[in-house]
Design a protein around this ligand. Structure first.
Ligand SMILES: [Zn+2]
Length: 345
């Protein structure tokens, strides 16, 4: 049973924009049905016009142009300017995808996967499922090789920082992948709470969630084969989308070719729809169980995509004291509206 808990607060103020008339604003507090984390949505902020979008083209173009010269991930430099692994395959290439160690790693196995060394910049609109498919397969192959080398490292993750507002220091599109000896805090929370749900209700939280969302249609976006796509009821960032595998596989290293293809198709579709909504910067993380333990009956491979601010001259970060210091996110997009705008035809 999925519980969508929500409460509404009302704040009264004399609004200078309304000639100091009394204005009542609604704040929605929503609790994530799995993590139990609360978020806040101010309905008025949702409606607020976003300045800066119009100047988008300019700022993005300027950054892309400036970063072209000497880009370490472009094909002329990628084999000269990027590091090589020690004791395992130095670099891994699959069609246009090139994988090598991160120059400043967070863990023993932390790699960068350039989606295409041939194209310096690919906008969200053009990130094809073929490029994503190849880079996902390249990543998975790397996890298998690294695991054989160091069996205690068994937690894989695949992430994307796309454009500087999402913390990409290199504009050239690339995944960040890590094989770790422990799950991250958030992965661990997802796995533990999924197990607790499974024990309590004798069913998978994830399958129940999809069933519920599919029925209500409020936050259901669509399916790409074995993956279902929904917006999160209580998101921690704007335009938050979850992709969920509807088959019982929990480690990315156990995904079949068909499942990787379904995942790539979904990602490409969501990125395209985001682009149409004027989103120009995103973060994405794919969550996986440990390689050696299939817990797919209660924790299937799943992922989250969120939008980040658009690069403009009047750039304002979307993370402030509430998010960073208090771990209580404030979001400006209504999940039900987002789902409507992303729904697959
Ligand atoms: Zn480049």
């Amino acid at each position: 049973m999925i519980i969508f808990k929500k409460k509404t607060l009302k704040a009264k103020l004399r609004n200078p924009l309304l000639n100091f008339a009394i204005d009542e604003q609604e704040i929605e507090l929503r609790r994530d049905p799995l993590t139990k984390k609360w978020c806040r949505i101010n309905i008025n902020r949702v409606k607020r016009a976003h300045p800066g979008l119009a100047e988008d083209g300019k700022a993005t173009k300027a950054v892309v142009e400036r970063s072209k010269k000497g880009c370490p991930f472009c094909q002329d430099n990628v084999f000269k300017a990027t590091p090589k692994f020690v004791n395992i395959k130095e670099r891994m290439i699959l069609n246009e995808s090139v994988l090598f160690p991160n120059l400043y790693p967070f863990s023993v196995f932390h790699a960068v996967v350039v989606l295409s060394s041939k194209k310096h910049f690919i906008d969200l609109n053009d990130l094809s499922s073929k490029l994503l498919f190849d880079s996902l397969r390249n990543s998975i192959e790397f996890f298998k090789i690294a695991r054989r080398k160091e069996p205690s490292f068994k937690y894989p993750s695949i992430s994307l920082n796309f454009m500087p507002p999402a913390a990409a220091s290199v504009v050239h599109p690339h995944f960040q992948i890590i094989l770790d000896d422990k799950p991250t805090f958030f992965t661990d929370l997802l796995i533990k709470n999924s197990l607790a749900y499974y024990k309590k209700y004798k069913s998978s939280f994830w399958l129940s969630l999809i069933k519920t969302e599919k029925k209500s249609r409020e936050r259901f976006i669509g399916e790409t084969g074995s993956f279902s796509w929904v917006t999160d009821f209580a998101p921690f960032r704007n335009n938050q989308v979850s992709g969920i595998l509807t088959e019982k596989v929990s480690s990315v290293t156990d995904l079949s070719k068909k499942q990787i293809k379904d995942l790539s198709n979904g990602l490409s579709k969501i990125f395209k729809m985001f682009w149409r909504k004027n989103v120009r910067s995103v973060n994405m993380s794919i969550f996986s169980s440990a390689i050696d333990k299939n817990i797919g009956s209660y924790f299937p491979v799943n992922l989250k995509i969120v939008s980040r601010p658009t690069l403009t001259q009047s750039y304002v970060s979307d993370i402030g004291f509430m998010e960073l210091m208090n771990e209580e996110p404030v979001v400006e997009t209504l999940p039900e509206e987002v789902a409507k705008s992303l729904r697959f035809a």
